[in-house]
Write a protein that binds this ligand. Structure first.
Ligand SMILES: Cc1cc2nc3c(=O)[nH]c(=O)nc-3n(C[C@H](O)[C@H](O)[C@H](O)COP(=O)(O)OP(=O)(O)OC[C@H]3O[C@@H](n4cnc5c(N)ncnc54)[C@H](O)[C@@H]3O)c2cc1C
Length: 325
C-alpha cells in the first residue's frame, strides 16, 4: 500500500495565506477506480486536480493488505472487462505487465491493488488520510473541509464515495432532481483473511466460519502471487449480518478459534468489513451531474459490474466535466 504523504510538508508548501489549500480546477473525493479514472482523464485534458482520500493509500475497494506471510487481496482481485472502452483503457497496463486480461476477466499483478497504484496521481495531487467532512459553495467556488478542519477549494467537484455518504456530504446541496439515486444501495460484507499451515478444502473452511454462500479465493491461485496457503473468504449477506457491530479483532479471534477447534492450523487470521454495491438496474448515463452546481457523483453503484461500472461511471462524469470546462 502506498505510504501516506506527509501532510505537514505538503501543506506548508501549498497552503495559501488564508488557510485554504491551493485551489484546483477539480477536487476529487475518493481514490478507488472511479476517482483514479477521472483523475487520469481530467489531468490529460489539462485540468488541475486534487484528490482527497480518507484511507492510507489509493485503491478503495481494489485493495491489498500487506503481510509478512504474503498479503491478501481483501477487496477485488478479478474483475470483468466487457466494454471496448474499458478494454482500450486497460491495454497500457496489460502492456506494462501490471494486469492479466484473459477472456474478459482481468487481475492485477502481483497484488490486487497494483492497477490502482499504477493509476495513482502524482504526489502533489494526492492527499491520503484526509476525510472530507463537509462541502460548501460560495459564489461559484466549492470548498471542502476535512475532519482536521483544513479547507480545500476548487471550481468543480467529483464525489466517488458510496452514494449514501455522498448524500450526507452534500447535505443542503443534494440535487432534488436525482431520483435515480434511490436505486443505488450498498450492503455490508465480512471478509476473513486466513493463512493456513496446509491448504484445505476452502468450502469446508468457509462453512466452519459460518460464511454462508461465500466467495472463497486462495491467493496463490492468482497470477504472479507469492507461494503459501492464504485464503480470503467473503461472507454472504445473511452470514454478515450477525457481525455488523463486532469489533474486527474480536471477530478474527472467533473465526480463528472456529478453524482451530476443527483441527486446522492457522498462522494468521484477520477480519475486515466492506460495502458491496447492490444496484437494481444500471442507470442511464451512469453518473449524476448537479443541475445548478459544478458537482458530479460517480462510482460503482451506477452499474452492475463492480470495477468496470466504477470506471464507466467516472468516464462519463469526467467526459461531462471536460465538456463543461
Ligand atoms: C470484498 C469485495 C470483493 C469485490 N470483488 C469484486 C470482483 O470480484 N469484481 C468486481 O468487478 N468488483 C468487485 N468488488 C467491487 C469493486 O471493488 C468496486 O465496485 C470498485 O472497486 C468500486 O470503486 P469506486 O471507485 O466506485 O469506489 P471505492 O473503491 O469504494 O472508492 C471510494 C473511495 O472513497 C474514499 N472515501 C469515502 N468517503 C470519503 C471521504 N469522506 N473523504 C475522503 N475519501 C473518502 C474511500 O476510502 C474509497 O477509497 C468487490 C468489492 C468488495 C468489497
Amino acid at each position: 500500500m502506498k505510504e501516506p504523504i506527509s501532510g505537514l510538508s505538503l501543506f506548508s508548501h501549498n497552503m495559501c495565506k488564508d488557510g485554504i489549500e491551493m485551489a484546483r480546477d477539480v477536487l476529487i473525493i475518493g481514490s478507488g477506480m472511479a476517482g483514479l479514472t477521472a483523475y487520469n482523464m481530467l489531468t490529460k485534458a489539462g485540468l488541475s486536480c486534487l484528490m482527497l482520500e480518507k484511507a492510507r493509500g489509493v485503491g478503495g475497494r481494489m485493495s491489498h493488505r500487506r503481510h509478512d506471510l504474503g498479503g491478501y487481496d481483501h477487496g477485488t482481485s478479478f474483475f470483468k472487462v466487457t466494454s471496448p472502452i474499458f478494454k482500450k483503457f486497460l491495454q497500457t497496463y496489460v502492456d506494462q505487465g501490471i494486469l492479466d486480461l484473459d477472456g474478459g476477466v482481468a487481475v492485477a499483478k502481483p497484488a490486487g491493488n497494483n492497477l490502482a497504484r499504477a493509476m495513482a496521481p502524482k504526489e502533489a495531487d494526492f492527499l491520503a488520510q484526509k476525510q472530507v467532512a463537509s462541502i460548501t459553495e460560495d459564489a461559484g467556488r466549492l470548498q471542502l473541509k476535512d475532519t482536521d478542519g483544513v479547507t480545500y477549494e476548487g471550481t468543480k467537484l467529483l464525489i466517488t464515495c458510496p452514494m449514501p455518504q455522498a448524500k450526507t456530504l452534500l447535505h443542503n446541496h443534494w440535487d432534488q432532481s436525482w431520483p435515480d439515486a434511490g436505486q443505488v444501495s450498498y450492503r455490508p460484507v465480512v471478509t476473513i483473511m486466513a493463512t493456513m499451515v496446509a491448504r484445505g478444502d476452502e468450502l469446508g473452511l468457509a462453512k466452519l466460519m459460518g460464511a454462508g454462500n461465500s466467495t472463497n479465493l486462495w491467493e496463490a491461485d492468482k497470477p504472479g502471487r507469492q507461494e503459501g496457503h492464504r485464503l480470503v473468504v467473503h461472507f454472504d449477506e445473511d452470514a454478515t449480518m450477525p457481525w455488523l457491530q463486532t469489533d474486527l479483532k474480536e471477530l478474527a479471534g472467533i473465526m480463528s478459534r472456529r478453524l482451530a477447534d476443527a483441527g486446522n492450523q492457522v498462522l494468521d487470521l484477520q477480519a475486515h468489513r466492506w460495502l458491496y454495491a447492490h444496484t437494481k438496474t444500471a442507470m442511464d448515463g451512469g453518473m449524476l451531474a448537479h443541475r445548478d452546481l459544478p458537482i458530479w457523483v460517480a462510482g460503482d453503484g451506477f452499474g452492475l459490474n463492480g470495477v468496470e461500472s466504477a470506471f464507466l461511471s467516472a468516464h462519463a462524469a469526467a467526459s461531462d466535466m471536460i465538456k463543461k470546462r
